[in-house]
Design a protein around this ligand. Structure first.
Ligand SMILES: *[C@@H]1O[C@H](CO)[C@@H](O)[C@H](O)[C@H]1NC(C)=O
Ligand SMILES: *[C@@H]1O[C@H](CO)[C@@H](O)[C@H](O)[C@H]1NC(C)=O
Ligand SMILES: *[C@@H]1O[C@H](CO)[C@@H](O)[C@H](O)[C@H]1NC(C)=O
Length: 182
């Protein structure tokens, strides 16, 4: 399930992680590093299908991931490259204005010990959301978020032709806030 609010991402991550791992939770389900690209790696789209891209750069203030720099990098950059072509800034590719930077904080429990002790870890976030964008040419794309002086998070996206899709099963299609499986 995909949802717009970080809270439901975090809640889903928390419940999935607690089932899968038993002892420790996750800061954000699909984002093991401090730079998050959503939709994540290995997502399939249909050509022309509208979707939202959400970028988040996390700065853990305390807890095991804290690096002594509680201000998230707000100068992060984001490019998208179709295979064989040069990366382009997402705003240029989609021909839209650069989205406004958003800031918020959230807390999460790293494990049952922290939960029992009621010591949530605080994370400060810088984010941008590209709403209702679409990729029209089928093919392989690489989306790259660059943050914290050269750290990168990449996501490989596959944009499928509708004709191809009709012959294939188990494609995940995003519609608004939800997933529909064909
Ligand atoms: C986030 O937390 C920091 C302290 O780490 C605080 O200075 C800031 O005002 C908070 N921001 C928001 C949007 O709550
Ligand atoms: C992190 O800081 C918050 C706010 O000061 C505090 O409530 C929380 O217990 C701290 N968490 C850890 C893991 O130290
Ligand atoms: C990037 O590097 C500069 C110079 O070394 C440093 O002052 C700055 O804090 C770094 N920023 C981040 C987000 O790591």
């Amino acid at each position: 399930m995909i949802s717009r609010t970080l809270l439901s991402w975090a809640a889903a991550a928390l419940s999935l992680a607690s089932i899968a791992e038993g002892q420790s939770f996750r800061r954000l389900g699909t984002c093991p590093t401090l730079g998050c690209v959503l939709p994540p790696d290995q997502t399939d789209f249909l050509a022309g299908q509208y979707f939202d891209i959400r970028l988040e750069v996390h700065a853990p203030v305390n807890g095991s991931e804290a690096r002594g720099r509680p201000t998230p990098d707000t100068a992060f950059t984001f490019t998208i490259a179709k295979k064989g072509r040069r990366p382009q800034s997402a705003a240029a590719l989609f021909k839209i204005a650069e989205p406004q930077l958003e800031r918020w904080n959230f807390t999460w429990y790293e494990d049952y010990f922290a939960l029992d002790a009621k010591t949530p870890s605080l994370v400060n976030v810088a984010s941008k959301i590209y709403r209702r964008v679409a990729l029209y040419e089928p093919g392989d794309y690489t989306a790259t978020l660059t943050y914290n002086n050269g750290s990168t998070t990449t996501a490989s996206w596959l944009v499928r032709d509708l004709v191809q899709v009709k012959k294939t099963k188990n494609i995940v299609l995003f519609i608004g806030d939800g997933y529909i499986c064909l």
